[in-house]
Design a protein around this ligand. Structure first.
Ligand code: FAD
Length: 497
């Protein structure tokens, strides 16, 4: 409540925040977690907590009057629709050159993501986090993260036979015919549950077009893993619909944290002030970077160094669709959970997830989300005239990612005698080059912080999320974010801060 004093305050309830809260609580520290989004624990009038992809309602988007679907067109026709403005689950946050998609609610990105739990190849790790000992990561922290998250691979016999993964088998076959390795990737979806969905013995979730706006049953989001473990310690409290607006040194020691309590229309209903001995910034790459840059440049935390706000990248995200031959249908029934990708990282700088297009009709389309080695990095800066934080990313920089993705898809198109779809992201628009799902950086490890996430100018302040990672992970990022948080918080606890 207002005026309270807490031992540790964690801003955000995504991967970094949940790891920090659990480990601090297990070490005996009382933790207050502050989350701007909703709790997502109460069913709506349809009996479900979350809505699905094909019928987005007010629950779908964070304070928007129209949906902003990543695949926003079909046959070149816009498919976005009006919705009531509400503190919904998926935030499509617009900057000048890019829209950054993020989860809002207790569980952060784990509520809305595809659950792909991918550990980068060890040979690529040095380029991801050069100051981190890879042996420690691959022997201790990646295994700990994967166990805590509950990652597993699709059972092979089911993959090979089920109608729900025809789209992925087409992707596998075509990768092979063009000489690219197809790699199964682990996911945190409960694969046994999905097979029961198929058998009709349990309510459907992945097989009922649930993903971007939440998953009602089978996905092991943080709401089923780290967060209940943290709450079970009895030392953690979570406040949803509270947005942190300021952190500054308190006169008696520790930090003063200001926050706005929101209603579900996004209005501020009350402003609160608490003091905390320690503050963990885990608001995600964008949330943490925005707060830190604003605090530094408006004088609340003036000694934060000039690396704060630097080194932001889009993990090279690029989406594209291909039109298959009539004899290669991808299936009217598609699971929403991806299970594999096409690897051309070393030769071409691209790793392409074979993604579903689960709209319930045969489309003959293959959809891909590529992660590319796009080298561009942007910075956050405080704009005193708008009183907002800007991001310097330029849409034209996506061309590097497109060029890398083309090393895979030009080859596949040539082998198969096929073409790109131009009707999914606009009218005659081939590439989705306006968004990222994987914001990374802004408070890079060992640059903005020490080698464990400490903001050394301010003892007791830490960064613990995707902001630490310098713009790219070569694969989907949440396992790396989780593993790095496990590593950093262990060091911080062991050294008393
Ligand atoms: P987040 O998970 O973003 O958590 C930050 C939390 O802080 C949020 O809950 C936010 O609401 C809250 N917050 C922000 N600002 C404030 C504030 N001022 N006050 C209070 N709270 C605040 N990654 C994968 O590895 N595999 C995938 O399959 C995958 N698919 C994705 C699909 C989509 C559609 C999206 C959007 C992302 C996907 N990702 C995937 C990316 C992954 O979800 C993110 O990398 C990850 O969630 C980032 O973790 P984090 O701990 O850095 O922050």
């Amino acid at each position: 409540g207002n005026g309270a004093h807490v031992q540790a305050l964690v801003i955000g309830t995504g991967y970094g925040g949940s790891v920090a809260a659990l480990r601090l609580a297990q070490a005996g520290v009382a933790v207050e977690m502050i989350e701007m989004g909703m709790a997502w624990d109460t069913p709506g009038s349809d009996g479900k907590i979350f809505c699905n992809l094909t019928s987005p309602d007010e629950r779908s988007f964070w304070l928007r009057t129209e949906t902003k679907q990543p695949v926003g067109y079909f046959l070149g026709i816009p498919i976005d629709r009006s919705i009531p403005s509400y503190t919904g689950i998926l935030d499509a946050e617009d900057f000048a050159g890019i829209t950054v998609y993020q989860g809002r609610g207790i569980g952060g990105g784990s509520l809305v993501n595809g659950g792909m739990a991918v550990t980068p190849k060890q040979e690529n790790f040095g380029a991801i986090l050069p100051s981190v000992d890879p042996n420690e990561m691959y022997n201790v922290y990646y295994p700990r993260a994967n166990a805590g998250l509950g990652a597993g691979v699709i059972p092979n016999s089911w993959f090979n036979t089920t109608q729900w993964y025809e789209f992925a088998r087409v992707g596998q076959k075509q990768a092979g015919r063009s000489g690219f390795p197809f790699e199964f990737v682990p996911d945190v979806y409960d694969w046994n549950y999905m097979q029961q969905e198929d058998a009709g013995t349990v309510p459907r979730s992945a097989l009922a077009q649930e993903l971007l706006y939440g998953n009602n049953y089978g996905k092991k989001s943080l709401q089923k893993t780290y967060i209940p473990a943290a709450l079970a310690t009895g030392k953690v409290n979570i406040s949803p619909l509270h947005k942190v607006t300021s952190v500054s040194p308190a006169s008696g020691g520790g930090y003063t944290v200001l926050m706005n309590q929101l209603d579900t229309s996004g209005n501020v209903i009350v402003t609160k002030e608490v003091t905390a001995d320690k503050v963990v910034f885990a608001a995600g790459s964008v949330g943490t970077s925005k707060l830190l840059v604003q605090m530094r440049d408006t004088g609340q935390l003036p000694n934060l160094n000039d690396q704060v706000g630097q080194g932001w990248g889009d993990n090279g995200n690029i989406m594209v669709g291909r039109a298959n031959q009539i004899w290669d249908p991808t299936g009217a029934n598609q699971s929403t959970i991806p299970c594999g990708g096409i690897d051309n990282w070393t030769a071409g700088g691209a790793f392409a997830e074979v993604a579903p297009l689960p709209i319930g009709i045969e489309t003959w389309a293959s959809l891909y989300l590529s992660i590319t080695k796009n080298p561009h990095r942007a910075q956050f800066s405080w704009n005193s005239s708008t009183q907002k934080v800007d991001l310097s990313w330029q849409q034209a920089w996506k061309q590097d990612g497109i060029t890398m993705a083309k090393t895979i898809f030009d080859k596949i198109n040539s082998t198969e005698g096929t073409i790109y779809r131009t009707d999914l992201f606009g009218t005659y628009k081939t590439w989705q080059d306006e968004l990222t799902y994987h914001p990374l950086g802004g408070a890079v490890l060992n640059q903005a912080t020490d080698n464990y996430g400490r903001l050394t100018a301010y003892p007791g302040l830490y960064v613990m999320d995707g902001a630490l990672i310098p713009g790219n992970t070569s694969v989907n990022p949440f396992v790396t974010i989780t593993a790095l948080a496990e590593r950093n918080i262990e060091n911080i606890i062991a050294n008393g801060g």
